[in-house]
Design a protein around this ligand. Structure first.
Ligand code: GDP
Ligand code: ZN
Length: 452
């Protein structure tokens, strides 16, 4: 890896804090063998679970449990690792952790075990991120996709693209270095075909990565509309469960009202604007401020309209309060009372959806509409988890290659093409972490949980 680190020994509680059947303390680094010797009396057999007392400094047992010893490099971090599985009580775990710290370990920062696994080449960066994504997965589909990324499906794809890219760059550079050979890049099928292949391949990865990103980050929706137009009812219909009932009593909304639901694996973050009122005390104003921030970052507005009343002045006013850049879907609700057919109408002026929240009419249309808005197609197999930074990098690489191709066809400029290919290679390397900065690494790993 690009970054050297001076390994000290880190320790953390790897299970969630609190009470549980089992609690695990994880230790990694050069002092681990000595710590294991002191706590266990002697080192366990490598990679075998051994049932042992865990001793304090007076040779009294703090707990008895399973000890697992993974000598370097055959461990998660690539360093010597010890896992102590004791009884999951906060006091026992604290005592055990304090003992390990007294023996020379220090408390691990969030994500530090994964960071070491990355620095020791056990995982690449995209895989390390997949570890966190798997832990945070909010749906079965997200978990399966994270698992595929963790297994390297995404990384291998990136590697194969980088390999082709490198080969092409070397070929072009060699041709530039031997001008007597007089290679005409434009008529060189090898160059043009490779460039076309690279672009096709990148577009395919971008498509899948975008799906993966949506699966992870979801879509943010603002639910707006006059009182009693059916916002809460629609939320319940979308969520498909009665328990999602949100009651708004003026003055009781203390924070951003959010609902998290998912449709076919696509997470929806719903921000209810019912909490936005005039006045209120300081706490309420803070809540409203947060609501406005959330609205600013939303992907779409669902404007609820009572179909009996139609779109009028109040609706116009609500839209004027919302950021102009947000696309709006007008949802005409209560068609069971007006006899309208459930349908989606779309023209240059507006997108209109007719449904009934309580009558369960047109809810599927809304689900499909929302998925279509963000280009989400749950493909299941073959999908991997991705983040915004991955998609950004892929798009930059795609632009560089398109640019290089244009340079070639317009000016026959092999040098410029080679430079674009070199940069594209660099940009793709950021995804897997072949190329990385301390800043980026810090940002990624600090969002992990402690003990991971
Ligand atoms: P909100 O204030 O916008 O959240 O509106 P609610 O979801 O609380 O609904 C207001 C009232 O309209 C409730 O009595 C709902 O049962 C009713 N309602 C909501 N959707 C429909 C619908 O599609 N058809 C009918 N007939 N009533 C509805
Ligand atoms: Zn409501």
């Amino acid at each position: 890896r690009s970054r050297a680190y001076a390994p000290d020994t880190i320790a953390a509680l790897a299970t969630p804090p609190g009470r549980g059947g089992v609690g695990i303390i994880r230790v990694s680094g050069p002092a681990t063998a000595a710590i294991a010797g002191a706590v266990l009396g002697e080192l366990p057999r490598p990679r075998h679970a051994e049932y042992r007392p865990f001793y304090d400094n007076a040779d009294q047992a703090i707990d008895t449990g399973l000890a697992l010893w993974f000598p370097a490099p055959h461990s998660f971090t690539g360093e010597d690792v010890l896992e102590l599985q004791g009884h999951g009580g906060p006091v026992v775990m604290d005592m055990l952790l304090a003992r390990v710290i007294a023996l020379g370990a220090r408390l691990a920062r969030p994500g530090e075990f994964s960071e070491r696994a990355y620095l020791n080449d056990k995982l690449d960066l995209a895989q390390a991120e997949a570890v966190a994504d798997l832990i945070e997965a909010g749906s079965e589909q997200a978990a399966r996709s994270a698992q595929r990324s963790l297994q390297g499906v995404f990384s291998e794809w990136i590697h194969s693209v980088v390999e082709q890219l490198t080969e092409l760059r070397i070929y072009v550079e060699a041709a530039i270095d031997f001008p007597e050979e007089e290679i005409d890049f434009l008529s060189d099928r090898r160059v043009t075909e490779q460039l076309a292949w690279l672009q096709r391949e990148l577009n395919e990865v971008i498509k899948q990565a975008h799906q993966g990103q949506l699966l992870r980050e979801g879509m943010r929706i603002v639910l707006a509309g006059r009182p009693n137009t059916g916002k809460s009812s629609l939320l319940n219909a979308l969520a498909g469960r009665e328990s999602a009932i949100v009651t708004h009593i003026a003055g009781t909304t203390r924070d951003v009202l959010r609902e998290e639901i998912s449709i076919d694996g696509l997470p929806l973050h719903i921000i209810d604007t019912a909490g936005l009122r005039e006045g209120g005390d300081e706490v309420e104003r803070l809540g409203m401020e947060r609501t406005w921030q959330a609205i600013e970052q939303a992907d779409r507005v669902l404007l609820l309209i009572d179909d009996r009343q139609g779109f009028g002045e109040p609706e116009q006013q609500i839209l004027q309060q919302l950021p102009a850049h947000l696309p709006v879907t007008r949802v005409y609700n209560k068609i069971d009372l007006t006899g309208q057919a459930a349908r989606l109408d779309e023209d240059e002026q507006s997108v209109r959806l007719y449904l009934s929240a309580t009558g369960q009419l047109g809810i599927d249309l809304l689900r499909d509409h929302l998925k279509a808005c963000v280009g989400y197609t749950p493909q299941g197999e073959g999908m991997f988890m991705a983040r915004r930074r991955h998609v950004d990098a892929l798009q930059r690489a795609d632009e560089l290659i398109a640019n290089g191709t244009a340079q070639l066809s317009e000016h026959g400029a092999g040098e410029l093409l080679a430079e674009d290919l070199r940069q594209a290679q660099q940009v793709l390397g950021e995804i897997t972490g072949e190329v990385s900065s301390d800043d980026l690494l810090g940002k990624i790993f600090s969002s992990f949980c402690i003990g991971k």
